[in-house]
Design a protein around this ligand. Structure first.
Ligand code: CP3
Length: 355
């Protein structure tokens, strides 16, 4: 495998033999690390951090200096695409992301352009190039995007929501308008992820954080259909090796078979499903990523170790498992607990990879 010292993560996604189960954490660069807070303070605000390739590279590498992680993930955000479409993304402390100009009508959707990744989003591509170079083949770099449905949720609601009333109003009262938006977003995501791959991302992941708020039929119609279109549009090989694609729908365990049928390589699991059950349902088709409850990192290191062992045992023998949390790490988790989690995966997994 040319140029990669540690390719366990890529191999596990392709279900090729590995010596240990690879592990990384969703939101591994973030506020639970004091060095992240320091760099963010230096950048000013969150988006200025994302838009500065050197600082974005710095925070990407911070968790790798502390922990024995098997992958790096690009430091950016899923809301870069709507921001590049002109919605005016901003963050208010403690309130999450917001848009100055939410999109609610057909004419507003029609006016949206599909951003050129090397123009409006060149800061993301520059971050990918800077990080790839700084990694120097230590571990692979994961690129990512939001799913069209999840992006549309923020774009139509104008920020975080508990009720999803605006996006669902659009979905059920004016489905053609929402489908036009989702289709544009799928085109934008295809260009964006292919540009990340060309810039050096060795695997890509699509975060469908809000697919799980839909009924089964509506999930397929408004979310999965567009992720399927993206999977079909992605460049799946670069630099002479496969570029695996992982789809993650939070609260999506009811629909694992349909997700696996898109032709993706990996399926991300939240903690609401037993990983052994997920394997028996779709493990012949895809690799699985997950799935410890991120809140388990509040427990003692001993309890964390025990939980890691139970999940490893639940998946069982053989490759095809990328260990992760079922969602992002919480900002108030002690970094030593994250270390206990990562070390436990490497300590207890070799027995599952012996002939
Ligand atoms: O995993 C990583 O380390 C890479 C970085 C990453 C961020 N956001 C950095 C970030 C990734 C992969 C994301 C994805 C993302 N962003 C998702 C999908 C994954 C998920 O968590 O469900 C979503 C829904 C978003 C949108 C978003 N961005 C929200 C809801 C927030 C606020 C969250 C909060 O805890 O305040 C953000 C901001 C954000 N993105 C932060 C980070 C580290 C916190 C910003 C800060 O430093 O204050």
């Amino acid at each position: 495998m040319p140029g990669l010292e540690n390719d366990r993560y890529l191999k596990a996604l392709m279900k090729q033999p590995v010596d240990k189960t690879p592990v990384w954490m969703m939101r591994q660069a973030g506020r639970y690390l004091p060095e992240y807070k320091a760099t963010r303070a230096q950048a000013g605000d969150f988006m200025s951090l994302c838009k500065n390739p050197e600082l974005a590279c710095e925070v990407t590498l911070q968790p790798l200096r502390r922990f024995d992680l098997d992958a790096a993930i690009l430091f950016s955000d899923i809301l870069t695409i709507p921001d590049a479409m002109g919605l005016g993304l901003y963050f208010e402390t403690g309130e999450g992301p917001k848009f100055e100009r939410p999109v609610r009508s057909l004419s507003e959707v029609q006016k949206l352009g599909v951003p050129d990744p090397e123009q409006e989003l060149s800061y993301v591509m520059n971050a990918v190039r800077t990080i790839r170079e700084a990694l120097a083949g230590q571990v692979p770099l994961i690129g990512f995007s939001g799913s069209p449905w999840t992006l549309a949720t923020y774009m139509v609601e104008g920020g975080t929501t508990k009720s999803f009333s605006q996006i669902k109003k659009l979905a059920f009262a004016e489905p053609q308008t929402l489908h036009l938006l989702l289709d544009k977003l799928a085109d934008a995501v295809i260009l964006y992820l292919n540009a990340q791959i060309a810039a050096g991302a060795q695997s890509v992941m699509i975060f469908d954080t809000w697919g799980g708020v839909l009924s089964p039929r509506d999930y397929k119609d408004f979310s999965l259909q567009y992720m399927h279109k993206i999977v079909d549009g992605l460049v799946r090989e670069n630099e002479g090796r496969k570029v695996p694609v992982t789809l993650f729908t939070k609260n999506g365990s009811m629909w694992l078979e349909a997700i696996a049928a898109t032709g993706c390589d990996g399926v991300g699991l939240d903690w609401t499903i037993d990983i052994g059950e997920a394997r028996s349902r779709i493990g012949d088709k895809v690799a699985l990523q997950g799935n410890m409850d991120p809140s388990m990192l509040y427990a003692s290191p001993e309890r964390i170790e025990e939980e890691v062992q139970l999940i490893l045992q639940g998946y069982g023998k053989g490759s095809g498992h990328v260990f992760n949390l079922g969602h992002g790490i919480h900002p108030d988790v002690p970094p030593e607990h994250a270390k206990a989690f990562i070390d436990a995966v490497h300590k207890y997994s070799p027995q599952y990879h012996q002939e």
